[in-house]
Design a protein around this ligand. Structure first.
Ligand SMILES: [Zn+2]
Length: 210
C-alpha cells in the first residue's frame, strides 16, 4: 500500500458520506479509478449496514435467548407484583372488614350516675350488637354524658320497659363496597340508645341518626 492509498483510505468514510471538500472528493475519485485496492475498500464501506452485519447476524440466536430471558424475568416480576397485590388486598379486606378491632376508641369523660364498669358493660353490648352490621367497621364510641342519657330514658321506654339508659355516640364506616342498603365506604355517626332494668343486662334499644 503506497502513501496515497493510505491517505485515500483515511478519507473514504468521509468521501462515502459526501463530507469532503470538492477538491478532496476529486482527488479521491481520481485515485479510486486507478486503484483496485481502494475501490474494494470503498465498495465495502458503501455496502448497506444489513449486508455488513455478519457479526451481529451470528449473535442473533444469543440475542433471542436474551430476549426470552428478559421476557421471562418481566413475567416473573409482574406475577410477583400481582401476587403481592392480591395477598395485600386480601389481608386488607380481612382485617378491615372485621367489624370490631383494637382500633376502637372507647371513652367517656366520667359519670356521676354510672360507675365505669357499668358503662363498660353497656359498651360491650354496643360492640356485640355492632357485629350484626356486616361489613361495617367501628372506629370509636363515646359516652354521651349523664344529661343526655337521663333525658333519653323516656325515649327508650317507648320501646319497652327500662329503668336506666346509656347513650353512646359512635363513628364507623359502611361496607367497603356498599350493599345491604349501605353507601360504599362512608363515615356514619350514629347514636346508640341502650337500656336495662335494674340489675339486668344492657341491650341496644335504638340506634341510628339522632
Ligand atoms: Zn489506492
Amino acid at each position: 500500500m503506497n502513501n496515497e492509498c493510505s491517505i485515500v483510505k483515511d478519507l473514504l468514510p468521509l468521501y462515502a458520506e459526501n463530507m469532503t471538500s470538492k477538491d478532496t472528493a476529486e482527488f479521491v475519485k481520481t485515485h479510486l479509478e486507478g486503484c483496485e485496492s481502494c475501490r474494494n475498500e470503498y465498495t465495502r464501506i458503501k455496502e448497506p449496514p444489513a449486508a455488513r452485519a455478519e457479526t451481529t447476524a451470528e449473535a442473533a440466536p444469543l440475542k433471542a435467548v436474551k430476549k426470552k430471558l428478559t421476557k421471562k424475568r418481566i413475567l416473573i416480576a409482574v406475577c410477583a407484583a400481582l401476587a403481592t397485590l392480591i395477598v395485600g388486598f386480601a389481608a386488607f379486606l380481612f382485617f378491615d372488614s372485621h367489624p370490631v378491632s383494637h382500633a376502637i376508641y372507647f371513652d367517656w369523660t366520667g359519670s356521676d350516675i354510672y360507675p365505669n364498669d357499668v358503662i363498660a358493660a353497656a359498651g360491650d353490648a354496643l360492640v356485640k350488637d355492632f357485629e350484626s352490621l356486616h361489613g361495617c367497621k367501628l372506629y370509636s364510641f363515646t359516652y354521651a354524658g349523664d344529661e343526655i342519657s337521663k333525658e333519653n330514658l323516656a325515649y327508650i321506654n317507648e320501646f319497652g320497659h327500662y329503668d336506666e339508659c346509656i347513650v353512646f355516640e359512635s363513628v364507623f364506616r359502611s361496607p367497603l363496597f356498599g350493599g345491604g342498603g349501605w353507601n360504599a365506604h362512608e363515615i356514619y355517626t350514629w347514636t346508640w340508645y341502650l337500656g336495662r332494668v335494674y340489675g339486668g343486662e344492657w341491650e341496644v334499644v335504638q340506634r341510628g341518626y339522632a
